[in-house]
Design a protein around this ligand. Structure first.
Ligand SMILES: Cc1cc2nc3c(=O)[nH]c(=O)nc-3n(C[C@H](O)[C@H](O)[C@H](O)COP(=O)(O)O)c2cc1C
Length: 352
């Protein structure tokens, strides 16, 4: 499968012929557009809008060992150009996930990127062991934006040692051919130091970024709008932060594959991440308003690349890190040409 084919469901016009294949740590994907964890459950809900096997990959909601009911309601608040959520990793637990969700993805031939979350290093290792060898498992994404119950609730992703300990345990418990990606939090002073710690601990790639910690206060009730008080900010509001994080990580670790995300709504948004260094992108919050968004973004990205003269997606990855193409001046005017008469300033007379 070498060329992009996006048709039907979304009623989009004919696609350009462009090689959209990508690789993440040796794993081949037919195209670079994935769902984002927590924004499309395990893919079956999206499948009523388009065939999820047409995406590069389906990143599932972070799964924990035991079933969880999540945080108190309300769990969502609107923000300018974004959304604040405090779902609190509600989920069915690993056993139900394996029986129902992962088998569903595997039967359809979707490339499942399974996101895992835990409260201790051992939780993460146990999840990786349960996933090991399961049909349909293409990649593991380690959600380290969770409080470490063994360290006063300090978030793993905010401490390079804790982040590294989780990654090393998951890497050890996972088959070598299955890439392990660590998902970074932007809520740190130096994202590169966390990225480096994860890679040195064995991460094959990095997912960049998770939500930013935020808060909304309801001016009618005069209290926090979310039951969980704070929540994760996502959507277009965070895109420049996410692009900056992808850029910094790619600049420091150019050989490490990156799955970029944060506020992608269109193909041009996705292209920004690709130029900053993302080898693939995840589409998250936008899906709540437009369930066809991932497949539309794929289509728009292919068009955007074709319009800019690319024949292969891979050629655009990280391109913004290269110096701009050299300026080539036009041929000088032949000697003796009359200088051009000065032009009147447009609208000048109207202003008098
Ligand atoms: C409602 C909601 C639930 C999320 N759940 C998870 C999750 O379970 N695990 C995770 O790693 N990220 C989770 N995220 C973060 C997204 O995967 C993504 O990293 C982030 O929202 C930025 O992308 P976006 O702006 O396109 O949504 C969640 C985001 C939202 C909005």
């Amino acid at each position: 499968m070498s060329e992009l084919t996006v048709r039907a469901a979304t009623g989009l016009s004919a696609h350009p012929t462009i090689d959209m294949r990508t690789r993440l740590a040796g794993a081949p994907f037919p195209n670079p557009v994935f769902t984002a964890s927590g924004c499309a459950a395990a893919g079956s809900e999206l499948n009523q809008f388009f065939d999820v096997t047409r995406l590069g990959g389906v990143v599932t909601k972070s799964i924990m060992m035991a079933p969880r009911s999540g945080r108190p309601t309300p769990r969502m608040a609107e923000t300018p150009s974004g959304m604040l959520n405090s779902i609190g990793l509600q989920g069915p637990g690993i056993e139900a996930f394996l029986d129902r969700d992962l088998s569903w993805l595997a039967e359809r031939g979707a490339r499942a990127v399974v996101s895992i979350a835990g409260g201790s290093v051992e939780d993460y290792a146990a999840l990786a062991r349960r996933l090991n060898g399961r049909p349909g498992l293409t990649m593991v994404e380690v959600n380290i934006s969770c409080p470490n119950v063994e360290d006063r609730g300090q978030v793993f992703a905010c401490d390079p040692h804790a982040a590294a300990a989780v990654v090393a345990a998951v890497r050890r418990a996972t088959a070598p051919e299955v890439p392990v990606f660590a998902k970074l939090s932007p809520d740190v002073t130096d994202i590169v130091s966390i990225a480096r710690a994860c890679v040195e601990a064995g991460a094959d790639g990095l997912s960049v970024i998770n939500t930013l910690l935020g808060m909304v206060i309801d001016t009618t009730t005069l209290r926090p709008a979310l039951g969980g008080i704070t929540g994760g900010l996502s959507g277009p509001a965070i895109r420049p932060v996410a692009v900056r994080c992808v850029w910094q990580v790619k600049q420091a670790l150019p050989d490490v594959p990156v799955l970029g995300m944060g506020g992608i709504r269109t193909g041009l948004d996705a292209l920004e991440f690709v130029l900053a260094g993302a080898d693939a992108v995840s589409v998250g919050t936008t899906v709540f308003g437009d369930p066809t968004a991932p497949i539309r973004v794929l289509h728009e990205l292919a068009h955007a690349l074709a319009e800019r003269g690319f024949e292969r997606f891979r050629d655009a990855v990280g391109l913004a890190h290269q110096p701009p193409a050299a300026y080539v001046p036009e041929e000088p005017d032949p000697v003796g040409d009359e200088p051009e008469a000065p032009r009147p300033a447009v609208g000048f007379e109207d202003e008098l």
